[in-house]
Design a protein around this ligand. Sequence first.
Ligand SMILES: [Fe+2]
Length: 208
Amino acid sequence: MDMVRLALNFMQLRDAHTARHCVRVARIAALLAESLGICGPELDEIKIGGLLHDLGKIFISDDILLKPGKLTEREFAAIKSHCIKGYEAIKEFVNERIALMVLQHHEKIDGSGYPMGLQKDQIMLEARIMAVADVYDALRNDRPYRRGFSSQKALDIILDGSGSLFDEEVVGKLLESVEIIEQKIFGQELNKVVSHFNRELAPDTGEV
Ligand SMILES: [Fe+2]
């Protein structure tokens, strides 16, 4: 855990936004994982994977990382390299599962993600959880080029990608857990949003 603190400290000094994002993603991913029945050492691994998932961004220059406008192809390729850079930075110091969460957190169910274009269960469950937590947090928060979305809009965007970009079961757990995520992490009541989305999702996800 000292290594994780050290890495977070590097991130905090290099890019405080990314460090705060990693802390929130770790918490959201842990809540989702718990609701999927993950506990004990596996849950701890997800917390560590969340804290480290964007570590590779410390190796990307500010003019690309903080660029407000549209990225060129070369700049986007540099951003995308953060998964491999983060993986390379930690693989000697954490177990393989945590390193793979970092490597795979931008993979998408339909194979459109990066860095490897993995599909469905080629992507480890923990990385599929991380992907949903990561995108939800990214959408909820301000970026240099846009304001953060409302929780309802963020859920709407993720729901749109359920089964194609994001794991359906994990998205279902996000909908179930969104009120507690908002209360614990974003500090808002979301009763109306939750009931709205539970109604929306019910036909597609059975029990959820
Ligand atoms: Fe990332």
